[in-house]
Design a protein around this ligand. Structure first.
Ligand code: FAD
Length: 285
């Protein structure tokens, strides 16, 4: 973990573009409340293939107007160079200086991959078109990407994104501390020393978590799944236990030298606020 300890710890929050008036009102309140934590920046997800792309731009605009340093996610699958360039120029005009560069997943029904096959190509394209304007974050998978042919290949592919010009990485969420520590160690062996910030999914709901985890390849350890399932309909106790487990994971990560935490807020106030308070985080002061 030596490579990680050299970086200052940064704490950031992720949001998704809301749907409808109710979703917008909820996000407005969440943004107001979580801005008080003074995160280093907020990031806003982006749907591949057009589903929430306009929503991302609008949400980024709102976050910036509220005084939050904001990083749009940008996924490239299904896009051509011109689409990406237009978004990049639009973001530069808005004052955006950070971007989370991703491949994304092909929406069902879409066949053309477009100009970019993998995220390393997007990172190289952003650098070639905009130089050092953007601080580029990429995705990392301590438990490995579900489509990777092997752990080794996935690590090599992660290193390609760094070679292409990524400044930092945010991980897929995970509940196995060792997976993260080993991943960082393997990166160090490849000479990769950028900050690899753990992505944190606060546990509040077992059904939703199980569904997400099956899709993205994040493991819910057996002991944890059984404990969560045992709460049945007692969602209050499940949430209290889940947030304790999340806090403990974060504490262990920070003690091991992780360069911060990136919270998947799911546009909710309480889970992130509780874990943040449990950890005594000061935010970006
Ligand atoms: P890549 O780094 O391109 O990797 C994808 C797969 O291809 C891996 O298996 C890798 O091993 C392999 N690979 C990579 N490069 C090569 C290469 N050169 N040659 C051969 N194989 C290669 N999705 C969204 O649609 N919108 C979002 O806003 C979003 N935000 C995310 C934020 C974070 C922090 C994370 C961790 C994921 C996010 N995702 C998002 C999901 C992400 O788009 C998917 O996990 C997607 O399947 C992979 O994206 P990637 O950028 O990691 O792809």
């Amino acid at each position: 973990m030596e490579s990680q300890k050299q970086h200052p710890q940064q704490f950031s929050l992720e949001f998704f573009p809301p749907k409808g008036e109710e979703g917008q009102a909820k996000l407005n309140e969440t943004r107001i409340q979580l801005a008080k934590l003074k995160p280093r920046y907020a990031s806003v997800t982006f749907g591949a293939g057009g589903s929430t792309q306009a929503g991302t731009v609008e949400t980024v605009r709102q976050m910036l107007a509220a005084g939050l340093d904001t990083a749009p996610h940008l996924s490239c699958i299904g896009s051509n160079e011109n689409d990406i360039l237009q978004l990049l120029h639009g973001y530069m005009e808005m004052g955006v200086t950070r971007i989370v560069a991703l491949r994304g997943d092909m929406p069902s029904g879409m066949r053309e991959t477009g100009a970019f096959q993998y995220a390393n190509e997007l990172v190289a394209f952003i650098r070639s078109q905009t130089g050092d304007h953007f601080h580029i974050e990429v995705a990392a998978y301590p438990e490995f990407h579900p489509q990777a042919p092997s752990a080794e290949a996935d690590l090599d592919n992660f290193a390609r994104k760094v070679d292409a010009g990524a400044n930092a990485a945010i991980t897929q969420y995970f509940y196995n501390l060792d997976a993260y520590l080993r991943f960082v160690e393997e990166c160090e062996k490849r000479g990769v020393e950028i900050p690899i910030v753990p992505g944190i999914m606060p546990i509040t709901n077992i059904k939703q978590l199980a569904r997400f985890s099956a899709m993205c390849g994040a493991e819910i350890p057996r002991w944890l799944r059984l404990r969560l399932e045992a709460y049945g309909e007692d969602l209050r106790s499940l949430k209290a236990f889940g947030l304790d487990v999340t806090t403990e994971l974060c504490r262990n990560l920070l003690e091991a030298g992780a360069p911060g935490l990136h919270f998947y807020t799911m546009n909710q106030i309480e889970p992130t606020r509780i874990v943040w308070a449990n950890l005594g985080l000061q935010g970006n002061v």
